[in-house]
Design a protein around this ligand. Structure first.
Ligand code: B12
Ligand code: SF4
Length: 523
């Protein structure tokens, strides 16, 4: 049987990274079947397109995975596939929380023949076998013989064949620049960000978060050896392509067990498996100096920190009182001293927020080392404790907001400001952080750092801008580049000078070094 795994586009940004679930399920598919993957973010497709595709490719089963914000598109695509006579199984966090919606049992139309609940590492082979026999069941739940929920232990962990997977669509380096960049600083013909998980689960139970409910508070880890081998294989691929690879450790809280994280980072260093990496770690766990040393030594470049708010009352109201705003600056300094920077995520529209919250937050941000601030709105995702609380209080204004998804639009009334005021705060946060002047200031404030770090922060700022300001398509990018030309030219000039300098010192070398951004590698 030919199987298509499809992830809908998010309608806002081009994805910079593939979705792990597709590669994982592909690796877990029983032999004798062929699996094709389409990530709508990299390969846009509409309803007619997917119907044509499944007919032409003689697909026997389509698996669709989606977060809540993409679910409306996922349903439309599923409808088109089913209308073409091909069965659809849906999985992922949204349909796990609301399976009846996908199965048409809650008053709306049916979109899926089957729903895979929760983590499907162990149920997927069964789903494929049933589909091949034409006997799909309505739901598949990961349970043991006694009917108790079973979480995959992640040991052993399937080997994703990264060496041979076609990843052309996920090369961040523009095609025209590839050949030139292949010649500078360690080879940048390709640059890919690859998702790798080292563990699952987070016990913290923040009120707005799906993770504790979905993955459970029992944390599970892969073995160090399994993670290290995956990194080594990814690294070998990058080397063969004359390119670079970065890894996004998609664990919800990568240092949830500090002892184990340190042991993994030490194993990475000992094996020479360092790559640039990004991970999500809560601020409270970054108090540990030794952990931060190991993050830096193992290639850690960016840490995503869910700061959410600078107001302890807000944090307590969403069960995130373990975040201490008073220590944010120290945490960020600790990282910056090791040339590791933070993606600091804030949520506006919380119960104690009042107009002016964005400016108050920005004042703090300006006093920190430059990073990548991002701003969102408190969003009641289905089945979260937040959703239940707001529903019980009659505060949901769009109880099924996902059916008509609009980015950056509230679905409930905040307590101390209006919905339009909350929207204005988010707009202010983005506008004051990602205008050409603010980007120039952030880059200039790193003048004492190696050129590579400054290029890194410039490119990251230009890309992150697109989370809020529409930035899809060539024209939008040309405009952004024109607006930021002063900063871009400044760094390009410096890079050329450095390159020429390196060439004149060592004329035989085909390459130069534009800055110490590559993690230590043993080749
Ligand atoms: C990586 C990640 C991202 C990446 C996404 C890009 C990418 N290429 O992966 C980035 C950083 C961009 C991102 C952004 C956002 N994310 Co996010 N993200 C994650 C994260 C940390 C990991 C996802 C992952 O790979 N997990 C590991 C895989 C193995 O698990 P999985 O995807 O759930 O797949 C398993 C099962 O669900 C199932 N399955 C999944 N799909 C399918 C399909 C089929 C057919 C079958 C059979 C089974 C199946 O089988 C898999 C194996 O068990 C999750 C949290 C988490 N731990 O999952 C949040 C998470 C998915 N994100 C979430 C959210 C809310 C967001 C944002 C909206 C945040 C924001 N406010 O801006 C944005 C939206 C971005 C956008 N514009 O699309 C929520 C989604 C909740 C929900 N109900 O939808 C999660 C769960 C985190 C949370 N705090 O609640 N995210
Ligand atoms: S710390 Fe992060 S992953 Fe854990 S429950 Fe809170 S928001 Fe979710």
């Amino acid at each position: 049987m030919r199987i298509l795994l499809y992830n809908p586009d998010n309608g806002v940004t081009r994805n910079f990274m593939p979705h792990l679930w597709m590669f994982l399920l592909q690796a877990l598919t029983p032999s004798g079947h062929e699996v094709l993957l389409i990530d709508g973010n990299a390969q846009p497709m509409d309803e007619a397109g997917i119907a044509r595709f499944v007919r032409k490719q003689r697909i026997g089963l389509v698996g669709i995975g989606a977060m809540t914000r993409m679910i409306a598109k996922a349903y439309r695509m599923a409808d088109a596939v089913r209308a073409a006579g091909v069965p659809v199984v849906m999985g992922g966090p949204h349909v796990t929380e609301l399976p009846d919606e996908a199965l048409g049992r809650s008053g709306g139309p049916r979109h899926a023949d089957a729903v895979a609940l929760g983590e499907d590492d162990e149920t997927w082979p069964q789903i494929v076998d049933d589909a091949a026999r034409g006997e799909l069941k309505d739901t598949y739940a990961p349970v043991d013989e006694t009917g108790k929920e079973r979480k995959p232990p992640l040991q052993p962990y399937p080997s994703i064949p990264w060496e041979s997977i076609k990843l052309d669509q996920f090369n961040i380096v523009p095609k025209v620049a590839g050949p030139l960049l292949g010649r500078v600083g360690g080879g940048w013909r390709t640059f890919r960000i690859i998702p790798v998980e080292s563990g699952r689960g987070c016990p913290y139970g923040c009120e707005f978060c799906t993770v504790t409910g979905f993955f459970g508070d029992s944390i599970r880890f892969r073995t160090n050896e399994s993670v290290v081998n995956e990194l080594l294989r990814l690294k070998a691929r990058a080397r063969n392509e004359d390119g670079q690879i970065a890894v996004f450790f998609i664990d919800d809280n990568f240092a949830i067990n500090i002892k184990r994280t340190k042991s993994l980072l030490r194993a990475i260093i000992a094996a020479g498996a360092q790559v640039y990496w990004v991970a999500q770690i809560s601020a409270n766990l970054l108090r540990d100096e030794e952990l931060v040393d190991l993050i830096s030594a193992s290639g850690g470049k960016w840490i995503f920190i869910g700061m959410e708010s600078i107001d302890p009352t807000n944090l307590a109201s969403v069960n995130k009182g373990f975040n201490k705003p008073g220590e944010y600056a120290a945490v960020l300094d600790r990282l910056a001293q090791r040339n590791v920077y933070a993606i600091t995520s804030f949520i506006f529209g919380m119960d104690n927020d009042t107009p002016g919250v964005a400016e108050r937050t920005l004042q703090q941000i300006r006093s920190w080392p430059p990073g990548l601030p991002i701003f969102g709105l408190l969003t009641p995702l289905p089945a979260t404790p937040l959703y239940k609380r707001l529903e019980a209080a009659g505060r949901l204004t769009r109880p099924k907001h996902w059916q008509e998804f609009v980015p950056f639009e509230m679905a409930h009334t905040p307590l101390k400001m209006t919905i339009p005021q909350a929207h204005a705060e988010v707009n202010y946060g983005w506008a004051c952080s990602y205008g050409p002047e603010e980007i120039a200031k952030a880059v200039d404030s790193l003048d004492h750092k190696p050129l590579g770090y400054r290029i890194n922060i410039l490119v990251a700022r230009l890309c992150f801008r697109g989370i809020y300001f529409p930035q899809m398509g060539r024209l939008a990018w040309v405009r952004v580049i024109a607006q930021n030309r002063r900063t871009i030219f400044k760094l390009v000039r410096e890079a050329l000078v450095a390159w020429r300098g390196a060439l004149s010192r060592n004329p035989d070398s085909p390459r130069s070094h534009v800055g110490a951004i590559a993690p230590t590698t043993k080749r």
